[in-house]
Design a protein around this ligand. Sequence first.
Ligand code: HEM
Length: 130
Amino acid sequence: MNETTSMYDHVGGMDFFVSLVDHFYEGVEADDSLRPMYPEDLEPGKAALAYFLAQYWGGPTTYSEAKGHPRLRMRHVSFRITQTERDAWLRHMTAAVDRATVAGAPLDLAARTQMVDYFTMAANHLINAE
Ligand code: HEM
């Protein structure tokens, strides 16, 4: 990756984020503490997360065209997120990053670190209860 290539392009575009989110949701579905927070139909949330992440990492702005400003803290206020939910969320997302592939190979370490650092920071920011 270099200064002129976005992460979105580096990982090969939208397919990466769709697959990342699929892996992540497999973890959510099997998690007794997180699954009850999510609605019965997981598909709209999956699509929203994939488009959000693609946009965040320099891809198309489909998410904001459909939903407006991300305002993630506001969009999470109705969920009780303590350190426990944050830890579970981040564990599933880190596992998803580690399963993700680009052209059949694992994500390179620099990109992996950048993603996990971002997810850690964002998840910390969304804690809204003790
Ligand atoms: C800290 C733990 C977190 C928990 C427990 C959590 C939980 C949730 C839940 C329950 C939903 C609703 C899903 C649905 O309606 O189908 C949601 C939506 C979403 N979450 Fe999280 N989340 C967490 C962290 C994050 C982080 C770190 C990000 C971004 C990096 C994120 C991005 C999103 C997005 C983009 C949506 C969709 C919002 C929309 O509908 O536009 N979440 N989250």
